[in-house]
Design a protein around this ligand. Structure first.
Ligand SMILES: Cc1ncc(COP(=O)(O)O)c(C=O)c1O
Length: 412
């Protein structure tokens, strides 16, 4: 069986039919946890049945050829060679592998800007602390106005002791498409011009995979990790880590196992990742099914339609709620997901802890009153609403969100 082949079916006229959606839920949070389409789940179920019917045959004989196929498909999709890629369970696991692989000396410095994902910032703070290194968290002013301002802010702490630059391709709470190529190229240029020790660039990319064109080999980065269970809609538990050939020899996963499977094969950097002890690999092997589906829809169509809906959401939230945008209105700055700053009902913003409790209460009210799944986060002292738009979302769902939120905000 070619993993994922079952998904190349004809598309329904309503793309929402590809999913088994709950009729009582308006799901506007694909960015946190993607919904997996029925066809992709069927592909995974088939693999699981095969695994269950004879785990030895599956894991010891069939797993590697399936894995090779799946990796080749993913590599083509993200624009690199399969030799530079491994499957991981999620972006968190990929980021942890980068963190355990890069040796830091006391006094070395790491840059993790203030738009970076909370768990990523926490990981690098702990990693640095253990080794006596220092984390810089530059503040990138929002609303953002220009590429130059973002690049200047992120690279402000760059100096001779900077060893690691951690940067999102698309940020999490703020949903901003960062000018990744410019940031990375400028960081490298300054690092080389000053003759500093090597700088590792680590990209956190879960929200870029699908919404933003991606050709990893065209980026001069050391690591790029993403979760396939977000926008690609592969099953939960599928992600990847790209490692540039120049650093592959020093890379290892956070979990040590046999180094390869079967265990008598020569250990290689990919084998270290692909046998992290006994586990169900069906989510990884179903990634090609998810790619087939999104390619059948068409990447350009996906980007155009989901961005149009995100743009509609942004306009409505600004017009009806008095929300403030975080970026200029352009697909260069936001794609299928958009965040806005909600207006403060009171004279001033409450302290973060109180604002976080309030954001949670508003989020719960949206769920309880109208079955809406959408995240509200407190970031930089402000309360942000983030709306994810996938192929099953519609403008009337945005209208429902805006009308319900207006009522919730009014009632405090
Ligand atoms: C920017 C960013 N990085 C990393 C992650 C972690 O993804 P996962 O939970 O799939 O590991 C998230 C999750 O929302 C994210 O938004």
């Amino acid at each position: 069986m070619q993993s994922g082949s079952s998904c190349k079916s004809t598309l329904p006229s309503q793309l929402a039919e590809l999913w088994d959606l709950r009729s009582d839920v308006t799901y506007l949070n694909h960015g946190s946890f993607g919904l997996t389409p029925k066809g992709v789940l069927a592909s995974q179920a088939k693999l699981r049945a095969e695994l269950a019917s004879d785990p030895v045959d599956f894991l010891c004989r069939r797993y590697q050829p399936y894995l090779d196929d799946a990796l080749a498909r993913l590599a083509q999709f993200v624009g690199t060679s399969p030799a530079n890629l491994v499957f991981v369970d999620n972006a968190t696991t990929g980021m942890n592998a980068a963190a355990v692989s890069l040796p830091l000396e006391p006094g070395d410095e790491v840059i993790v800007g203030d738009h970076e994902y909370g768990a990523v910032a926490r990981l690098w703070r702990q990693t640095a602390e253990r080794q006596g290194a220092i984390v810089h968290t530059p503040r990138i002013r929002a609303p953002i106005e220009s590429v130059d301002e973002v690049v200047a802010a992120i690279l402000a702490p760059l100096g001779p002791r900077t060893r690691v630059l951690v940067v999102s391709h698309v940020t999490s709470a703020t949903a901003v498409v960062f000018p990744l190529t410019t940031i990375v190229d400028e960081a490298r240029r300054r690092n080389r011009a000053n003759g500093d020790s090597p700088l590792w660039t680590v990209v956190d990319g879960p929200h870029a995979l699908v919404p933003v064109p991606l050709a990893i080999d065209q980026l001069d980065v050391d690591f790029y990790t993403a979760s396939c269970h977000k926008w690609l809609s592969a099953p939960i538990g599928s992600g990847f880590l790209y490692v540039n050939p120049r650093v592959q020899s020093r890379v290892r996963p956070a979990v040590t196992s046999w180094g390869t499977m079967p265990a008598d094969k020569a250990v290689n950097w990919q084998g270290e990742f692909h046998w992290p002890g006994t586990r169900d690999p069906s989510a990884w092997l179903s990634v090609p099914a998810a790619i087939d589906l999104i390619e059948a829809v068409g990447l350009e169509r996906f980007r155009r339609e989901t961005h149009e809906l995100a743009r509609y959401a942004r306009e409505r939230m600004i017009d009806r709620l008095g929300a403030e945008p975080l970026t200029p209105d352009s697909p260069d700055w936001y794609g299928s997901m958009v965040a806005v700053i909600l207006p403060e009902p009171g004279p001033s913003a409450p302290p973060t802890e109180q604002a976080t409790r309030r954001a949670r209460a508003w989020q719960d009210a949206l769920w309880e009153q109208a079955g809406i799944e959408v995240p509200l986060n407190v970031w930089g002292g402000r309360t942000l609403l983030r709306v994810s738009c996938h192929l099953y979302n519609r403008s009337d769902q945005i209208d429902l969100l805006v009308a319900t939120l207006a009522r919730v905000l009014k009632s405090g």
